[in-house]
Write a protein that binds this ligand. Structure first.
Ligand code: SF4
Length: 711
């Protein structure tokens, strides 16, 4: 498709789950311009440093432009036939669970939908998981335990309407910058608005907070147990809401009280006076939003942390009202689209339950599928273990780089090296994961892709193309559908384009629904290509009638909330308090070991495959580093800017020391971004043990034991 001197298209940023609207265009010479979309309700024209630099990242250098088999260029037909043949043969000989897909929050919803449909309904296995497992699986599990569905109750507008914002495990200023900007703008207008940051590190977000609580790693459950007990002791509960809309409060309160003041002080590491200040602020402020992110989710106790937070909001009835609610802010551009289509190993499509036979029968009937997965598949960490021990014999990885991003990354690399058949769909020719592929398939990139994403406030927006597909690159949905057709599932995967897939997805969301499930975009079930192309951002649910553009614009942004009057998605429509017992402490026994925390920097994204193309973005922090407190640095003979060997029983890396009081004593921080492509021996994934949360399967990426030595 040639796009010359066109007016800008309205599309969506491909980075974080804020889901900012972008106006983008390319001139006849291919020069790209990008700016914020003033009409998009997520950002109203704002962009952060990463979004602003998007135009610098669309060049074709390094792109995978043609299918490859064993490193040689191959025609599409040959590559697709090979993938379909090997997957079919493996299933025939070893059964459906011998194959797997590992996909990505970078996929558009239409891509995700087709991949999930192929795996669960036609191959008949739930062995499809996603790098979103590393991002928000604990929030999903916590939502489902409390609400009966993976429902985010609130909207971004709540962040501006709250009188108190509590940020837990979230460096919003760097990781979701436009939401941070929206809060900062609201605080300027309403100086009485308060912000509390609960984070082991003194981040840029913490710098601007009214109160920073430097909680010890994984001390969050104790902290919120203490808050629940405090709310009860101070008579700050909403007894009517608890009575009318919830169950399990007494058990949850008893479990919270069992922590005790001393235990809470020990586990959180926070001075009792500061804890009391926070508890008082929460108790006395009706409009509270608690935002939580990877510091909560990426933990062996991630789901319990989520429910400890939700417990406090249910107990005070502070949910689903303007300026009040628990709010999971997730990492990737398609924050919720993969969840909506059920693109995780323990989920079914359209927020239906894999464990519910009625739901399985319904989805199978809708798809007219020959099979339906009848048990959960392998979650990310277990999936790569199964590759390593030979249970999974054919693996297809789409739009993600697990050789760098997974915990125990060297074992993941070894597993791929030994796997009999690996397919990688990607936009880049040389990723650390692509190196192990038998077949590489060139996928469409941002600017070329055409579909939808859902951001962290349930808002569905279009990603639209403004660049031609280069070489022989193809959309992910097309690649999956072509493989499915060659596996013999021709009619079920004969889509004319992404609009047809979106319409089918919308129809499934409304199929036998009648308000029993939260996710419902049935109003779009008959959408045609022209209407799909003109689709304006909208929040789900949208069940009642076709939402016209006019109707959407007539609404104030952020006006769809769940649960102010109950109506949860459990059988009795009541929310569940979760009684959370204290777990054994997992602090290092070795006195020389430090707690290793991992995370993002402001100007890079994931394994830098896109942001690494922008010199401007690399100026902020140019090389991998370890943040260490001056006391720990002195204890280990480390000076600022020294090269440091950071080691765990899993592996070792070499990074530069950044000695700073931002890091709490006894802990260190290493960013996740640098791979072998950008720096030698700096892949932090090699250090992290594959420990996971028992409910969500999310890896504990923020809590390893490491030693440091000057190199
Ligand atoms: Fe993109 Fe997130 Fe920045 Fe918005 S805040 S421009 S979605 S990276």
């Amino acid at each position: 498709m040639a796009i010359a001197d066109a007016s800008p298209v309205k599309t969506t940023c491909p980075y974080c789950g804020v889901g900012c609207g972008v106006l983008a265009k390319a001139d006849a010479g291919g020069v790209v311009e990008v700016r914020g979309d003033p009409d998009h309700p997520a950002n109203f024209g704002r962009l952060c440093s990463k979004g602003s630099a998007l135009a610098e990242t669309t060049g074709l250098d390094g792109r995978l432009l043609y299918p490859e088999i064993d490193g040689r260029r191959a025609p599409w037909d040959e590559a697709l036939d090979l993938v379909a043949g090997r997957f079919s043969e493996t299933v025939r000989i070893h059964g459906p669970d011998s194959v797997a897909l590992y996909v990505s929050g970078q996929l558009l919803t239409e891509d995700y939908y087709v991949a999930n449909k192929l795996m669960k309904g036609f191959i008949g296995s739930a062995n499809i998981d996603t790098n979103s497992r590393l991002c928000m699986a604990s929030s999903v599990a916590g939502h489902r335990r409390a609400f009966g569905a993976d429902t985010v109750p609130g909207t971004y507008a709540d962040l501006e309407q709250a009188d108190l914002i509590v940020l837990v495990g979230s460096n919003l200023a760097w990781c979701h910058p436009v939401l941070y900007q929206r809060i900062a703008a609201a605080r300027e207008k309403r100086p009485d608005m308060r912000v509390v940051v609960i984070d082991p590190r003194r981040t840029m977000t913490a710098d601007s907070a009214d109160l920073h609580l430097p909680v010890r790693a994984d001390g969050d459950v104790a902290l919120f147990a203490g808050l629940l007990a405090y709310l009860a002791d101070q008579g700050a509960l909403d007894a009517a809401y608890i009575e009318r809309h919830t169950t399990g409060f007494d058990a949850a309160l008893a479990a919270a009280r069992a922590f005790g003041r001393m235990e809470i002080a020990n586990r959180t590491g926070i001075r009792p006076a500061d804890l009391d200040r926070f508890y008082r602020l929460f108790a006395q402020t009706p409009k509270v939003v608690t935002v939580y992110s990877q510091g909560v989710n990426q933990s062996a106790a991630g789901t319990d942390k989520v429910n400890a937070i939700i417990n406090c909001h249910l107990a005070t009835g502070r949910i689903g009202k303007p300026g009040a609610g628990p709010f999971s802010v997730t990492g990737q551009p398609n924050a919720m689209g993969g969840r909506e289509v059920g693109g995780m190993a323990n989920m079914l499509a359209a927020h239906m339950e894999l464990g519910n036979p009625l739901h399985r029968e319904r989805v199978q009937r809708f798809w007219k599928a020959p099979a339906i997965a009848d048990k959960p598949g392998l979650k990310a960490v277990d999936l790569f273990r199964a590759v390593a021990d030979g249970r999974v014999k054919a693996l297809w990885i789409m739009a993600t780089n697990p050789v760098d991003s997974m915990p125990d990354a060297d074992q993941v690399r070894a597993a791929l090296a030994d796997c009999p058949f690996v397919v990688v769909s990607d936009v880049l020719a040389a990723t650390d994961t692509g190196h192990y592929a038998d077949v590489r398939l060139p996928a469409a990139a941002w600017g070329e892709k055409d579909g939808t994403v859902t951001n962290s406030e349930r808002r569905i927006s279009r990603q639209r193309p403004f660049l031609p597909l280069p070489g022989e690159a193809r959309p992910d949905w097309w690649i999956v559908a072509e493989v499915a057709r060659r596996m013999g599932f021709r009619s079920a995967f004969s889509y004319a384009g992404p609009a047809a897939i979106f319409a089918e997805h919308a129809a499934l969301s409304a199929y036998d629904n009648n308000g029993a499930r939260d996710f419902d975009i049935g109003a779009h079930a008959a959408i045609g290509t022209a209407e799909y192309d003109a689709l304006t951002p909208f929040q789900w649910p949208a069940p009642a009638a076709r939402e016209t553009k006019t109707a959407q614009q007539a609404k104030a942004p952020g006006d769809i909330r769940f649960f102010a009057g109950g109506g949860f998605f459990t059988p009795d429509r009541k929310a569940r308090f979760i009684a959370i017992a204290a777990q054994a402490e997992t602090w290092p026994q070795d006195a020389s070991a430090l707690i290793l925390n991992t995370g993002r920097v402001r100007d890079h994204w994931h394994t830098m495959t896109r942001t690494g193309k922008s010199p401007r973005l690399s100026q902020h922090l140019a090389e991998p580093f370890v943040e260490i407190h001056p006391h720990d640095a002195a204890r280990h003979g480390i000076g600022d800017a020294d090269i440091v060997r950071v080691a765990t029983p899993r592996g070792a890396i070499l990074v530069r020391a950044l000695v700073t009081r931002r890091q709490a004593p006894g802990s260190i921080f290493v960013p996740i971004h640098w791979t072998d492509q950008f720096a030698s021996n700096a892949r932090v994934g090699v250090l992290v043990a594959p420990a996971t949360d028992p409910h969500s399967g999310q890896p504990a990426l923020k809590h390893s034991r490491a030693t440091v030595t000057r190199f």
